[in-house]
Design a protein around this ligand. Structure first.
Ligand code: ASP
Length: 298
């Protein structure tokens, strides 16, 4: 099987000044994931490596540099899903985990449950030898400043570099045909503490089934949840003979027509063909072509 990899850095109104940072973040994520796949490594290792790069990059809304919640704290969610077993590992409302995708993987591999939240999730992280950090270590000056402006008046997305979103995700297939997908987010800015969006929910922000394909979503979580977008896109892949690109488009069209909201997604079909679509002004994404060269776009 030929390996395949696609990543995204969120669908939002990306300003011109952030375009090159978004592209280079996706490029570095692809490089990290592709090195593993090319060397015969697993799709799970590849998506984890790619998402860690995106979480560590403050241009994206995941891990370090996430939007702050109403209390001025970073609160992150993440999921990974195995397309062979249909098992997911998910963790939500994390306040002290630098790389939430690493914890999601530990839940996938070592936990009898599929989703943990809050203190329980962080206790499990420590048991899995994931070091917790101070919440402040995840906060950037730019997000603190945006939050302070919102606190002074009314929340406005324009303070947050003009956007409410910026989630990250990856889908990979390895030489053995194993398919994994992952999504990681800091959620929406000034969200209520305890709010969980689509991202860490199986079928909403992420889904993988090696009989059909794998998907990672981004956008307005409360709307994505309504159409269970990642599972819906996977069902489209299973049922239709359309291309990966057409299926991605149909999924976003459904989001728009049924919820009037904005968002986007990336996917791989069961042959590893990439597809992506969005109805926001921009979405940052990247994938590896069959000759091993990378394409990134914003
Ligand atoms: N879907 C994420 C959420 O609602 C936000 C995003 O994709 O940027 O938490």
């Amino acid at each position: 099987m030929k390996p395949a990899l696609i990543v995204h850095g969120g669908a939002w109104d990306i300003p011109d000044v952030a375009v090159s940072a978004c592209k280079s973040g996706c490029e570095r994520a692809l490089t990290a994931g592709w090195q593993i796949l090319e060397a015969g490594g697993s799709a799970l290792d590849a998506i984890e490596a790619a998402v860690v790069i995106l979480e560590d990059d403050p241009v994206f809304d995941a891990g370090y540099g996430s939007h702050l919640n109403l209390d001025g704290r970073v609160e992150c969610d993440a999921i990974v899903m195995d397309g062979s077993t249909l098992r997911a590992g998910s963790a939500a409302t994390l306040q002290h985990v630098r790389n939430p995708v690493r914890l999601a993987r530990k839940v996938l591999e070592n936990c009898p449950h599929m989703m943990l939240v809050g203190d329980g999730a962080e206790r499990f992280a420590q048991e899995q030898v994931i070091k917790l950090c101070a919440n402040e270590e995840l906060v950037t000056d730019a997000e603190r400043e945006a939050w302070s402006k919102c606190k002074m008046g009314k929340h406005a997305s324009v303070f947050h570099r003009g956007h409410e979103q910026g989630t990250v995700g990856a889908v990979a297939m390895d030489r053995n045909g194993q398919l994994f997908a992952a999504t990681s987010t800091g959620g929406t800015c000034c969200k209520l503490p305890g709010r969980v969006g689509d991202s860490p929910l199986i079928g909403c922000g992420c889904y993988a089934d090696h009989e059909a394909g794998g998907v990672s979503c981004t956008g307005y979580g409360e709307a994505i949840m309504k159409i269970v977008m990642a599972k819906t896109a996977t069902d489209f892949l299973r049922q239709s003979s359309e291309s990966a690109m057409s299926v991605a488009r149909a999924s976003v069209d459904l989001l728009a027509s049924r919820t009037h909201a904005t968002g986007g997604l990336i996917l791989l079909d069961r042959q590893g063909n990439p597809g992506w679509a969005f109805n926001t002004p921009r979405m940052s994404y990247g994938y590896v072509q069959s000759d091993g060269s990378t394409v990134t776009g914003v």
